[in-house]
Design a protein around this ligand. Structure first.
Ligand SMILES: Nc1nc2c(ncn2[C@@H]2O[C@H](COP(=O)(O)OP(=O)(O)OP(=O)(O)O)[C@@H](O)[C@H]2O)c(=O)[nH]1
Length: 324
């Protein structure tokens, strides 16, 4: 895709993307067209969070890949300089930062024989700005407005991406061992009483506080969703079902000990399962749901693994039935 001098076609190509992965593909193509060299690597922090390492967008780069620590350090360094150029033997390395609201959220590293013309560097800066703005819009469209957790539409997509092995969610980079993906469905117990006794505004505040407690109890790279009104879902990686049970039980205890303003103490019920050998989002959710119902039906304030259920009578054979 060639562009005229102002890069109009490139801007159109970036801003028409509705999926993050398509936006990334478009950025890689645009940068390639602009530079006319293949020796570049694009690192972007998709979480807009300085504590999380920027991830490599063009995985087939010919440049040596940075570790998480190196990319964190590089992004931090670029906060002090706009574009940075270094010379290494006969190579020129150009670092072009990607900004979002004044914060560096990523970088393009380019290796060339000669210094890049100023016009090319400036166009790359502008393209990265447009990319970052569009990325942030897509990011916001995936969030629930009250809690800023990921929304239900994003949940379906992410589960599908995990079980289809499309690699949208990568294995945790700091672990050598194999971690598996788990889904937990979490529901506030007797939440109707909160609304009835304290009103919907306090009810909303409770939902917001539970959302924050959930976020605090999981890692930044885990995915926490507002699944429905007072229902939440979490996709996260751990080594074993036992480890998963311990983590979720810790969350259950933390919430039961938390003093909600005006309302006092509340509890949550949880059902969870490992994501494996399952093909539809609804079958996965149905199973997590059955485990959650078990927690509800056996006294609430509990964590139930789906694998603990005697499912012979309970599992529906019709995957189209949503139990939520
Ligand atoms: N304030 C507020 N309430 C909501 C929201 N979404 C759903 N609800 C309320 O959440 C309540 C859910 O009630 P139920 O499904 O009966 O469940 P529960 O009272 O939590 O009881 P158990 O789940 O059986 O422990 C209903 O009263 C809904 O109106 C929301 O966004 N804000």
């Amino acid at each position: 895709m060639k562009a005229n001098n102002c890069g109009h076609e490139w801007i159109v190509s970036l801003t028409q993307q509705e999926e993050e992965s398509d936006l990334d593909t478009s950025l890689v193509q645009v940068i390639y067209d602009l530079l006319e060299v293949k020796n570049f690597a694009i690192y972007i922090n998709k979480h807009f969070d300085a504590q999380i390492a920027a991830q490599l967008i063009n995985k087939n780069t010919t440049l040596e890949q940075l570790s998480a620590e190196e990319s964190l350090r590089l992004v931090e360094k670029l906060n002090e300089n706009k574009v940075r150029i270094t010379k290494q033997s006969d190579k020129v390395i150009t670092y072009i930062p990607a900004y979002h609201f004044g914060k560096v959220i990523g970088v393009i590293i380019i290796e060339t024989d000669e210094e890049l013309p100023d016009r090319v560097t400036m166009l790359a800066v502008h393209i990265l700005n447009i990319y970052a703005n569009h990325l942030s819009l897509l990011y916001k469209s995936r969030q629930d407005p009250l809690t800023e957790l990921l929304n239900r539409q994003t949940f379906d997509k992410k589960v599908m991406e995990i079980v289809s092995g499309n690699g949208f969610l990568e294995p945790r980079s700091d672990s050598k061992d194999t971690r598996n993906w788990y889904l937990a469905i979490i529901d506030i117990d007797h939440f109707k009483n909160v609304n009835d006794n304290f009103g919907h505004v306090i009810g909303d505040e409770v939902i917001l506080l539970v959302a924050q407690l959930l976020k605090n109890n999981f890692r930044l790279e885990d995915y926490v969703f507002r699944y429905g009104g007072e229902e939440f879902a979490v996709l996260f990686q751990v080594n074993s079902e036992q480890e998963c049970n311990i983590a979720l039980d810790r969350l259950r205890t933390n919430i039961s000990q938390y003093m909600f303003p005006q309302v006092g103490h509340l509890t949550i019920s949880i059902g969870f399962l490992e994501l494996k050998n399952m093909d539809t989002v609804s079958s996965i959710v149905n199973q997590a749901d059955l485990a959650l119902y078990h927690s509800k039906n056996t006294g609430r304030n509990k964590v139930t693994p789906y694998s603990d259920l005697d499912v012979s009578e309970e599992v529906t054979t019709d995957n189209s039935i949503e139990l939520f």
